[in-house]
Design a protein around this ligand. Structure first.
Ligand code: NAD
Length: 498
């Protein structure tokens, strides 16, 4: 019998009564791993009601207690790191090491959540008027919701619920229906760590379930990570229902290569950041901008990329795994065809790559285009595959202008030995996460993940201090206390009576 992915509602793992189910497939083999139910309206309603009820008590649990839950959770996640990596590589197709990296980046956020007491501190000013003091407090919002994508089934749920819960909220996670197995295990471990009943809920589904969560009067905030088209819909729907919403969405990340850069570092970085994880990272480098003579390195880049081959999760020599599903593979192949038709030069074409022993996998080999311009679809669209486009410009100014014209602003990097060039780049570039001689500049969780422009909708970003502000409300109390002689006498009397 096929494994049925459970829901987690009101402190219990339960089988959905839904008849609507989707298959969960291993993308290297198409083997059916499980079936995931689309939660029924009654189940979604039960999850919200349970989260609302649990909030009444969870919000009053002392903040050091909430921090200790996160410490226990962090220890369990570390203890089960290999097991989580193996599970995650089954439904995403990621190589084992990459899958462990996905889990690790999530564990780091749990460590930040364990530090929540200092994050929940407000501000104080004495004597704002005669005998008047003002204190601000941060308080949790209520029922928060998270909607997560397929490409990081551990890290991105862990961007959300540990911090939301540590802040005193309750949380409903709706992970990607394509990769639900790891999120279930994350919740099981949170239960083992001692999370009280109702504080976290897990439901599965798609558009209908998400809309109920966004429009329901008892939910307060929604975090979304996924494609730009869905993100826009979620942002509009959520904010129209007066929810606090943050959406981390699609990207087109450029890496600017100066002629004085360290060539070995550049080539290593471009290979890993463009085709690693099959290019299915929101911070993947998909455009290399060669400034001046650095364009001479393109042929060496092609040779280096040609050495990388995709393979199954259990192949330790594989550079990366398959695309998530057949449709994603067809989409990437469509872009490769379009790039050729639009006049780009395809120096390396991964369309027909074969992985021995895995004829049914969603494979695409490393692909490299040169002579790319801004009008081409391979430049404009997020391909989300192992495809790198090369653009050449004459000056740093031109490179900066090119990156700034792009509607996305998730991440960018530059390679140079010049502090002056790096300073100019980091100051003038209109992108939120910037790497200098670092290819994929994902900030650690004591900072926030600060995508800009078309890669982000909302005001407060994921994880770090900004996420604590996102998951809390500030209350400011102004108080006047005057000390009176009669009061002191009454106080003495009370004490004497005791
Ligand atoms: P997706 O938008 O297809 O799905 C994301 C989530 O939204 C899933 O849980 C899905 O079930 C749900 N969903 C899908 N259609 C919906 C609808 N009409 N209404 C409501 N919910 C809906 O994204 P994906 O393909 O799973 O993930 C890849 C995308 O995520 C890429 O665009 C990538 O750049 C982006 N991403 C962005 C970041 C970031 O931090 N900016 C990080 C990771 C991934």
């Amino acid at each position: 019998m096929t494994h049925q992915v459970p829901l987690f509602i009101n402190g219990e793992f339960i089988q959905s009564t839904s008849t609507q189910k989707l298959p969960v497939l291993n993308p290297a083999t198409q083997q059916l791993l499980a079936e995931v139910p689309m939660a029924t309206p009654v189940e979604v309603e039960q999850a919200i009601a349970s989260a609302k009820e649990a909030f009444k008590t969870w919000r009053n649990v002392p903040v050091p207690e909430r921090a200790r839950l996160m410490m226990r959770y962090q220890a369990l996640l570390k203890e089960h790191h290999d097991e989580l990596g193996e599970l995650l590589s089954q439904d995403t197709g990621k190589t084992f090491e990459d899958a462990k990296g996905d889990v690790w980046r999530g564990i780091e956020v749990v460590e930040q959540a364990a530090n929540i007491p200092s994050g929940m501190m407000g501000e104080t000013a004495e004597n704002v008027a005669g005998g008047v003091d003002t204190n601000s407090y941060v308080q949790p919002l209520g029922v928060c919701v998270g909607i997560t994508p397929f490409n990081f089934p551990a890290m991105i749920p862990l961007w959300m619920f540990p911090l939301a819960i540590a802040c005193g909220n309750t949380f409903i996670l709706k992970p990607s229906e394509q990769v639900p197995l790891t999120p279930v295990r994350l919740i099981e471990l949170l239960v083992e760590a001692g999370v009280p009943k109702g504080v976290v809920q897990l439901i599965h589904g798609g558009k209908d379930q998400v809309e109920t969560l966004l429009k329901h009067p008892d939910t307060r905030a929604a975090s979304f990570v996924g494609s730009s088209a869905v993100g826009r819909h979620i942002y509009e729907t959520g904010t129209a229902s007066m929810k606090r919403v943050q959406c981390m969405t699609g990207a087109k990340n450029h890496s600017v290569i100066m002629p004085d850069a360290n060539k070995v570092q550049v080539l290593n970085s471009l290979v890993g950041s463009s085709v690693g994880a099959a290019g299915q990272r929101c911070m993947a480098i998909s455009v290399a901008v060669f400034v001046g003579d650095s364009k001479e390195w393109v042929n060496e880049l092609k040779d280096r990329l040609a050495e990388i081959h995709p393979g199954a999760w259990n192949d330790s020599a594989a550079g990366y795994g398959p695309l998530i599903n057949k449709a994603a593979k067809e989409r990437v192949l469509g872009f490769i065809k379009a790039g050729k038709a639009e006049g780009a030069t395809c120096l390396l074409d991964g369309s027909d790559v074969v992985v021995e022993g895995y004829p049914d996998g969603n494979w695409v080999g490393p692909t490299l285009f040169t002579d790319v311009n801004e009008e081409m679809s391979i430049y404009r669209e997020e391909i989300f595959g192992p495809v790198l486009c090369c653009v050449t410009v004459d000056t740093l100014e031109e490179a900066i202008a090119l990156v700034n014209r792009n509607p996305y602003g998730n991440g960018t990097s530059m390679f140079t030995q010049s502090g002056g060039a790096a300073r100019k780049f980091q100051h003038e570039i209109e992108v939120g996460n910037v790497g200098i001689n670092v290819p994929i500049p994902v900030p650690l969780p004591f900072f926030s993940f600060t995508g800009w422009k078309g890669s982000f909708m909302g005001d407060l970003h994921a994880y770090g201090k900004q996420a604590i502000r996102f998951y809390t409300e500030t209350k400011t109390v102004t108080s006047r206390w005057t000390y009176q002689e009669t009061e002191s006498k009454q106080l003495n009397l009370t004490i004497n009576l005791k």
